[in-house]
Design a protein around this ligand. Structure first.
Ligand code: FE2
Ligand code: FE2
Length: 270
């Protein structure tokens, strides 16, 4: 496989029909047999890959694609609409954080790791939204199945269902009920993940105001959490960033192995 074949495999698995703005091939490579897979690769890791004879490095989070990755945040609108949030409310909820991400994207040194890979001629790519989409659908399906088995599921039942996913069992972080308590009825549950970064206050608030009772984020800032807590409009479960990223990454690594590619996970692959 070459780097394009690998990217296409990720797109196919995720059901996305085009390459999103947060995923990119930076240094192309052919005949890839041995991959170093990371979540937050740095330049020393690129050197390590070279020294240990890897054919390519795949990173999860955006590298040079940070300059345009914020566009993916708008995909929250479709995800929310599919979950029953009115389109206008969904668009309004996305607006401010999109603008903030767009402005802060100017501040990043986008070439740091990529320039090292170029110099060492180490094939390098990052795959973000496709893998998060795989993880999102696994998490949402797990929640939906729990609610199908028991429509009166509590937040503890939802958390227990999520813990059947092996990455959450393995992680050093816990799944936390941040708003609500274990015996609170979960009601309608929406996993908000897979569109660049967490939706913060605005997206959770729009969900609550649209009749969704429980929002699941993989992480949230303390300021956004406090604001949601002060209004207590709904429940919030946070599953942990790295564990949740791995829920989507590991099935893809498994697929690469089925294609006879040797994969070593570092830097957050649990
Ligand atoms: Fe992710
Ligand atoms: Fe992430």
């Amino acid at each position: 496989m070459n780097t394009s074949d690998i990217m296409n495999l990720a797109l196919e698995m995720s059901g996305l029909d085009k390459l999103p703005d947060d995923s990119e091939i930076y240094v192309q490579g052919d005949n890839i047999k041995k991959v170093l897979f990371s979540i937050d690769v740095n330049d020393a890791d690129i050197m390590l890959a070279k020294n240990l004879g890897y054919d390519a490095v795949i990173n999860h989070h955006p590298l040079a694609s940070v300059t345009k990755a914020y566009n993916v945040f708008k995909d929250n609108v479709n995800l929310m609409v599919n979950a029953g949030v009115p389109e206008e409310a969904a668009k309004n909820a996305v607006h401010e954080k999109f603008e903030a991400a767009k402005i802060s994207s100017q501040s990043q040194n986008y070439d740091k790791v990529v320039s090292v890979a170029r110099l060492l001629n180490m094939p390098l790519m990052n795959i973000h939204q496709p893998l998060d989409e795989i993880g999102r659908s696994i998490m949402q399906n797990t929640v939906d199945n729990a609610l199908k088995r028991n429509p009166n599921s509590t937040l503890k039942d939802i958390t227990d269902a999520l813990y059947t996913i092996p990455e959450f069992k393995r992680a050093r972080t816990n799944i936390r009920i941040l708003l609500g308590s274990g015996d609170t009825p979960a009601g309608r549950v929406y996993v908000s993940h897979g569109a660049y970064t967490n939706g913060g206050y605005d997206i959770a608030n729009a969900c609550f105001e649209s009749g969704i009772n429980t929002v699941i984020y993989i992480h949230i800032s303390y300021a956004d959490y406090k604001k949601l807590k002060s209004e207590s409009k709904g429940n919030l479960i946070v599953t942990g960033h790295i564990a949740s990223d791995c829920v989507g990454i590991n099935p893809f690594i498994e697929k690469l192995r089925q294609h006879k590619i040797e994969v070593t996970g570092i830097n957050g692959i649990i």
